[in-house]
Ligand binder design. Structure first.
Ligand SMILES: [Zn+2]
Length: 186
């Protein structure tokens, strides 16, 4: 259950039970419909850039956005944000890059949005502090629930394997049968 280690124990117990009953995948498939259809690095770049232009227009420009098959579950890193410094002429130029684990290529649109929002927020906030999560929920009001649901999916991936998310148009977002996570207000 290491993907859910930071969550309340009663919630973890619910998930454990669902997993033992073999119902986790079924519940996720009921809640989320449709893959996002973004397949290439080019399309991913455009997608992330649109989000950035909407919410973080003044943050540093993005030099590169790409899917990265080297990001694996075991590293606990689903995306990375790096600043690559290069010498240009006699100046040092910093370029921001975002990499997103390839597993996000075939997931519901909301899951991709969650990880894109997360990595974009790191352009402004390095640490996972209060300001970071405020920025995430500013970009995506359902951020906390989506991160929880992504972690549910990772739990499923690790124990059972990938889910066959149906292809197709986007998603409905409603409170489905998956346990709800609401961070306390403190
Ligand atoms: Zn992070």
């Amino acid at each position: 259950m290491n993907y859910l280690a930071g969550y309340p124990e009663d919630l973890q117990a619910q998930v454990r039970q669902l997993r033992e009953q073999g119902r986790l995948g079924e519940l996720l498939l009921k809640k989320y419909h449709g893959q996002h259809g973004i397949r290439t690095d080019r399309a991913l770049y455009d997608y992330v850039l649109d989000l950035k232009n909407e919410f973080l227009r003044n943050a540093q420009p993005l030099a590169k956005v790409a899917f990265d098959s080297r990001l694996h579950l075991t590293q606990q890193a689903l995306g990375t944000h790096t600043t690559v410094s290069r010498v240009q002429g006699n100046r040092l130029k910093a370029k921001r890059e975002i990499r997103i684990a390839t597993l996000f290529r075939e997931v519901p649109a909301e899951f991709l949005r969650m990880i894109a929002v997360h990595e974009l927020a790191h352009l402004k906030e390095r640490d996972h502090g209060k300001a970071f999560y405020q920025l995430c929920t500013h970009m995506e009001p359902a951020y906390h629930q989506l991160e929880f649901d992504v972690r549910l999916y990772l739990t499923h991936l690790e124990t059972t394997g990938p889910l066959a998310w149906p292809a197709g148009p986007a998603a409905i977002r409603e409170s489905g049968p998956v346990p709800a996570y609401r961070p306390d207000a403190s």
